[in-house]
Design a protein around this ligand. Structure first.
Ligand code: CO8
Length: 261
């Protein structure tokens, strides 16, 4: 199906081998209603199927990454309606993106917006970024992984405080806590995200995919099983031409040219 999203701008070749997905629902501060989440899931799946794309950058605007799930839409919903709409299944589709995903976050990343940044593999933040789980102030709680991913990223005490008070943290605090990789000035955060994406795009896409899977597995299983998974993916990299190229290039003292095969 060709891409024709209403609330997103998708640029498959924003940089060599790096795609950009930009949330574009400015009047509602990129509030994540069902259609926007559906478009994100579809765009990521299309980009995953595009062999020219090796890394994806997901961003919002300078003012806002995303202000959370759509409160207007949710305000009248019943539990059964929320269950039937099943927006969470779209989050699962996004989580399954097998190409490296870098969030470039400026301004508000609140509720589902913070959760969306945490579904990504790495986060580059602008100095103005704010990360928070304010759901409790609406009489609800996080539903897009906030209690789980945030806790794993920043530890129990900090996650408890954020989830139970709704108080956001600054970009610098998020960096200190390990929630974001790096903080850049407002005018440069997207470039910084591209730089990180480009560094990954120079690597073997096969190895990147297998390594991403293995790192993610560390959050999902115990050590023995995780090490076993890692070992199998490690052996699998030897089935790729990229492994031969990477090692030959090292021995011939030249840069490797990875093909993703
Ligand atoms: N949903 C819908 N509309 C929103 C949202 C939102 N989350 N956030 C902002 N808007 C709208 C406002 O209603 C306003 O619309 P209008 O102009 O029609 O009145 C417009 O965007 C601009 O907003 P503000 O005037 O409030 O702008 P400010 O700069 O004064 O404030 C804030 C910006 C601080 C971001 C403020 O808008 C705010 O606090 N927003 C809500 C943040 C929030 O509580 N987010 C959590 C939502 S719940 C959630 O995310 C649950 C996730 C579950 C994931 C799984 C789903 C199934």
């Amino acid at each position: 199906m060709p891409l024709s999203p209403q609330f997103l701008t998708v640029t498959p070749e924003a940089r060599p081998h790096v795609a950009l997905v930009q949330l574009n629902r400015p009047k509602e501060l990129n509030a994540l209603h069902y259609n926007l989440m559906l478009e994100i899931a579809q765009a990521l799946e299309e980009l995953c199927a595009n062999p020219a794309v090796r890394v994806i950058v997901l961003t919002g605007s300078e003012r806002v990454f995303a202000a959370g799930a759509d409160i207007k839409f949710m305000s009248e919903r019943t539990a059964v309606e929320m269950l039937e709409i099943d927006q969470i299944s779209l989050w699962e589709r996004i989580r399954k993106t097998h190409k490296p995903l870098v969030a470039a976050v400026s301004g508000f990343a609140l509720g589902g917006g913070c959760e969306l940044s945490m579904v990504c593999d790495m986060v580059v933040a602008s100095e103005t970024a704010q990360f928070g789980q304010p759901e409790i102030r609406l009489g609800i709680m996080p539903g897009g992984g906030g209690t789980q991913r945030l806790t794993r990223a920043v530890g129990k005490a900090r996650a408890m405080e954020m989830v139970l008070t709704g108080q956001p943290i600054s970009a610098q605090e998020a960096a200190d806590y390990g929630l974001v990789n790096r903080v850049a000035p407002v005018g440069q955060y997207l470039e910084e995200a591209y730089r990180l994406a480009a560094a990954i795009a120079r690597m073997s896409p096969v190895a990147a995919r297998l390594a991403k899977e293995a790192v993610n597995r560390s959050f999902e299983t115990h050590l023995d099983e995780g090490l076993n998974f890692e070992r199998k993916n490690f052996y699998l990299t030897f089935a790729s031409e990229d492994q031969k190229e990477g090692m030959a290039a090292f021995l011939e003292k030249r840069l490797p040219e990875f093909k993703g095969r």
